[in-house]
Write a protein that binds this ligand. Structure first.
Ligand SMILES: [Zn+2]
Length: 111
């Protein structure tokens, strides 16, 4: 039996515990490494790095919006040349800080 730290209250508890005995937060299977990869339904299915690179190299053509399913915005950026680069730059920053959303309204995240 190993000891791990509760991710809520930080106290040392058994890795066999289903819930923390101090704060009562659920520990899942007790393995902190597996908890990180839990599927997040709010996370986009599109790859963050691919979106970032598409925006960097082809942002003026709105390609990153086509890639993430935002065809309408992609066409608008294509016609305006990425809002003369400003729009593409804003999207680029949004992608870096993890605020860029795909066509389903889900966050394109690198986490
Ligand atoms: Zn706790």
């Amino acid at each position: 039996m190993a000891l791990i730290y509760c991710r809520e209250c930080g106290k040392q508890i058994s890795d066999q515990a289903f819930t923390c005995p101090f704060c009562g937060c659920p520990m899942g299977n007790g393995n902190p490494n597996q908890q990180v990869s839990v599927f997040d339904p709010n996370r986009s299915k599109y790859d963050w790095l691919t979106t970032l690179l598409l925006c960097f190299f082809l942002g003026c053509f709105g390609i990153h919006n086509f890639y993430t399913g935002k065809t309408g915005i992609g066409v608008a950026q294509l016609l305006t040349c990425g809002g003369c680069g400003i729009w593409a730059l804003i999207d680029f920053i949004m992608i870096i800080v993890g605020s860029f959303r795909d066509g389903e309204g889900k966050v394109v995240s690198n986490k």
